[in-house]
Design a protein around this ligand. Structure first.
Ligand code: F6R
Length: 369
């Protein structure tokens, strides 16, 4: 079943281009986006939504964080992202114009299910983004957009992450079309980029062996940090979670701008720091700021592993290792940058002789609160 791969996780990472392509299939046509699944909510209701709350846990919380950048930009509807297990215990403000979007690979996570039920009972509309047909969470929701990543067997989520971000992006585009917040041309341009993503992902996957070598050198590492900024920030958190989960290594993800507010004190000679570098073409010009963060921590002895756009010459002098990713716009780039981090966690755990598919203390689907 592993089809020649050493683990399900390795196989599932290799399936990411397909997971994206299948999640896009039939939903983007002629440069536009339509999710017929949202018909059960209806365009009038979609136009009256004044707030979106995305709830999930673990990796499925980071996809919400990722999508917030896109959905707010495209629709101008405020988006909050909240851990599902925190959400219902704080008396959240819900109205019929609140759309609660849940993200769950399994569709059975009890924390997320209870958040969805709470949202419904308190008058909000609910949309489920789920990878498992007929699971409980979609059945409890007003509408469901399935990701088509295929079954995910390894406990650590990989292909479901990218498929979930794509489904949330499609939802954002659908909403933008209905609400008229993006022009036809703008939608078409984003659709073109989404369609080009699977091939770009395949070129990142070609670097598996070189990332494996990197992991081999680091088998004795005790702590790894991950930095990202803007859309690269959730990816930094995801990279850290993967490493904790399957390699049992202390790892933390930070927003790069937060460094000087505390975490820079953790930097000591030799500590590996992965940095998700924004594109030098980023319209927010965050690239320069992240490069200067790299300089600051390098001066304190950190070993820099930069995930940067191909041909980004500015990072070269300061990085110990550069993992190049193809050119992509700010909102698409994280879907490429996450792959090397997943491969790194997989290979570091393998180098330590661990069972990557069945990490200790964890279950694939957490059906208790
Ligand atoms: C991370 C991981 C967990 C799950 C979380 C939510 O690799 O596997 O953090 O993402 O338990 O699970 P689902 O998506 O099934 O609700």
């Amino acid at each position: 079943e592993k089809g020649g791969w050493s683990s399900f996780m390795a196989k599932e990472i290799s399936e990411e281009p397909e997971a994206v392509a299948k999640t896009l299939l039939g939903r983007v046509a002629d440069g536009s986006v339509h999710l017929s699944e949202l018909d059960s909510i209806g365009d009038d209701a979609l136009r009256s939504i004044d707030r979106i709350v995305i709830v999930g846990a673990g990796t499925a919380n980071f996809t919400g964080m990722q999508a917030k950048y896109a959905i707010e930009k495209w629709t101008r509807v405020p988006v909050e992202v909240e851990l599902s297990h925190e959400f219902r215990y704080r008396d959240p403000i819900l109205t019929p114009n609140t759309l609660v979007v849940s993200t769950s690979q399994s569709g059975e996570t009890m924390d997320t299910l209870m958040a969805v039920k709470y949202a419904r009972e308190n008058g909000a509309r609910t949309l489920s983004i789920c990878n498992t047909q007929g699971a409980t969470i979609p059945r409890e929701s007003d509408a469901v957009v399935y990701t088509h990543a295929g079954p995910e067997v390894a406990v650590a989520s990989t292909k479901a992450f990218v498929a979930q971000v794509i489904a949330l992006y499609l939802f954002g585009l659908h909403l933008a079309v209905v609400r008229g917040t993006l022009s036809k041309d703008e939608v078409a341009e984003i659709v073109t980029e989404l369609n080009a993503l699977p091939d770009k992902m395949a070129t990142v996957l070609e670097q598996h062996d070189s990332i494996k070598q990197l992991a081999g050198w680091m088998a004795d590492t005790r702590s790894v940090l991950f930095l990202g900024r803007h859309a690269g920030y959730p990816v930094a958190l995801e990279g850290a979670l993967k490493l904790k989960e399957i390699a049992y290594i202390h790892a933390e993800g930070f927003a790069a701008g937060e460094l000087k507010h505390g975490p820079i004190a953790l930097i000591e000679p030799g500590i590996p720091v992965f940095v998700v570098v924004p594109s030098p073409r980023d319209p927010n010009s965050l690239h320069k700021k992240v490069v200067s963060n790299i300089q600051e921590i390098r001066a304190r002895g950190a070993r820099i592993l930069a995930i940067a756009e191909q041909g980004d010459a500015a990072v070269l002098p300061y990085a110990d290792v550069v993992i190049p990713i193809p050119l992509a716009s700010t909102l698409i780039e994280p879907l490429l940058a996450v792959i090397p981090l997943q491969i790194f966690a997989l290979e570091l755990a393998s180098a330590k002789g661990l069972d990557v598919d069945q990490p200790r203390n964890l279950a694939k689907s957490v059906t208790v609160e």
